[in-house]
Design a protein around this ligand. Structure first.
Ligand code: GLY
Length: 389
C-alpha cells in the first residue's frame, strides 16, 4: 500500500513535523515550531546533537563583513543577513527564558582593520557598499581604534566600525536550544537517523506530516529506504546536490592580560573573543570534508592573527579544530519546499549559519503553517537552482 501523501501546508490543522539534523538550523526551526508556535516536532540526528558546523563556528553575526560587498553572490543575501541580525536580540532573550541559559549575545560593534594599502582598499570598498545600502558604519582613525581596542598592533592604518556586526557564543546557543527543546512537551529528540522511506516514489516518515532536511553539508546524502535499498535524498530533488562542503580550520586561545575584547576582521582572518576563550579563524577549503586540523594551517592562522593583535602569540592555545561549512554556488542557503511536496530543506548557509538560524526558522515555520511569504524569502527557494541551470 502506498503511504499517505505528506500533508499540504495550507491547511488549518497542526502538522507533525520531523526535522532531520540537529545543528543550529534544525534546532532553531524546532524551537520556533514547538516552543513559539505550538507545533509538535521530532528532531533526528545520528551524530552528536549540535556538534557539527554549529559547534565549529565562531558565532559572528556579520551581515556587513560577510555579505555587503561580496560579489557573485545571491542578489538578496545581504538583505536576508540584515533581517537575520535584527532577529537575534529577541531570539536570544526568548532562548534564555526557555532554557534558563545565556547565549552570549553581544551587540558590541565589530571592527574591520587595515594594515596596508590593499587592506585599506578592501575596507573602503566595504564602506562604499554600506553607504550605498544606507547601513551605519564609521571609519575610525588608528588612535580612536586603539582606544577602543588597545590590543591592536601599533602599525594599524585604518579601521571601520560596523554596528550591524555583533556576536553570540555559538556553543552556548546550541546547548541552550537543546535544553529548551528537552523541556518542551512538544519536542522529541532522537539520536538516530530518521526512518525515511519511499513507496511508489512518495516519501514518508511514520507519524509525521511534514519533513525538514537540515543536515548541513550532508543534507543531500540523507538516506531513504526504497524496496530494501538505501538511496539518497538527492534522488528526489537534484537541487540538493548544490550543497557542497567548505572546510574551515580554527583555534582558540585563553584570555590573558590585554587580550582583545572586540570582534576583529581583516581579510580572511577574524578574532572573536568569547567569555571563556578567544576564537581565531579561519581557512575556507572548497571540497574539504575533514574534521582534522593541520598544524601548519593552524600556525599560519595564529601568525596572521598575531599581526593584528601581537598579544595573541603569547597566549596558551586551548583547542584547534576543523569544521565543515555547507555552501552553495551563490553563497546563500536553500530555504523552502523541495520538488517533493511536504519535504522542505534548510541548508547551505555557508559562513552565515549562526546569523541566519532565527530567520531561517521563521521562514520555514511560516511556510509549513501556510503563512504568506515575502518575495525576499521566496528568493531563497531551492527551485532557484533548477531555474539557473
Ligand atoms: N563565519 C565565519 C566562517 O565561516 O569562518
Amino acid at each position: 500500500m502506498n503511504p499517505p501523501p505528506l500533508a499540504p501546508p495550507h491547511s488549518s490543522f497542526t502538522p507533525k513535523v520531523a526535522i532531520l539534523g540537529a545543528g543550529i538550523i534544525g534546532l532553531a526551526v524546532a524551537f520556533e515550531l514547538a516552543i513559539k508556535r505550538g507545533v509538535p516536532v521530532t528532531i533526528y540526528d545520528p551524530a552528536p546533537m549540535g556538534r557539527g558546523a554549529s559547534w565549529a563556528a565562531a558565532g559572528m553575526l556579520a551581515p556587513a563583513f560577510e555579505a555587503a560587498a561580496e560579489e557573485g553572490v545571491h542578489p538578496h543575501l545581504f538583505d536576508l543577513c540584515m533581517e537575520g541580525a535584527e532577529l537575534w536580540p529577541d531570539f536570544s532573550i526568548d532562548l534564555a527564558h526557555a532554557a534558563d541559559a545565556e547565549s552570549g549575545y553581544s551587540g558590541r560593534p565589530s571592527l574591520a582593520l587595515a594594515f596596508d594599502m590593499a587592506e585599506t582598499a578592501a575596507m573602503h570598498k566595504l564602506a562604499r557598499a554600506l553607504d550605498a545600502r544606507g547601513i551605519a558604519h564609521e571609519e575610525l582613525p588608528p588612535g580612536t581604534a586603539h582606544l577602543l581596542e588597545p590590543s591592536l598592533a601599533p602599525d594599524l592604518v585604518a579601521a571601520l566600525q560596523m554596528p550591524t556586526d555583533g556576536q553570540v557564543d555559538n556553543r552556548a546557543v546550541v546547548r541552550a536550544l537543546i535544553m529548551a527543546l528537552q523541556r518542551s512537551p512538544l519536542a522529541t529528540l532522537r539520536s538516530e537517523a530518521a526512518p525515511l522511506r519511499s513507496v511508489g516514489g512518495r516519501l514518508s516518515l511514520e507519524g509525521h506530516d511534514l519533513i525538514l532536511a537540515a543536515a548541513g553539508w550532508s543534507t543531500a546524502a540523507i538516506k531513504v529506504e526504497e524496496n530494501g535499498e538505501r538511496l539518497s535524498l538527492v534522488n528526489w530533488d537534484p537541487a540538493l546536490d548544490e550543497i557542497d562542503c567548505y572546510g574551515g580550520q580554527m583555534l582558540s586561545v585563553a584570555h590573558g592580560y590585554g587580550s582583545p575584547e572586540t570582534t576583529l576582521r581583516c581579510g580572511t582572518i577574524y578574532i572573536a573573543p568569547k567569555a571563556d576563550r578567544v576564537i581565531i579563524g579561519a581557512t575556507v577549503e572548497p571540497g574539504v570534508a575533514t574534521e582534522a586540523p593541520e598544524p601548519a594551517a593552524i600556525s599560519a592562522l595564529l601568525a596572521r592573527a598575531a599581526r593584528l593583535c601581537p598579544v595573541l602569540a603569547d597566549l596558551p592555545i586551548i583547542e584547534t579544530w576543523a569544521g565543515i561549512r555547507p555552501g552553495t554556488r551563490d553563497r546563500a542557503p536553500l530555504i523552502g519546499e523541495t520538488a517533493v511536496p511536504g519535504l522542505y530543506v534548510a541548508s547551505g548557509h555557508f559562513r552565515n549559519g549562526i546569523l541566519l538560524a532565527p530567520i531561517t526558522a521563521r521562514i520555514i515555520a511560516d511556510m509549513m503553517l501556510g503563512k504568506p511569504m515575502s518575495e525576499l524569502h521566496q528568493s531563497f527557494s531551492p527551485s532557484r537552482i533548477g531555474a539557473v541551470a
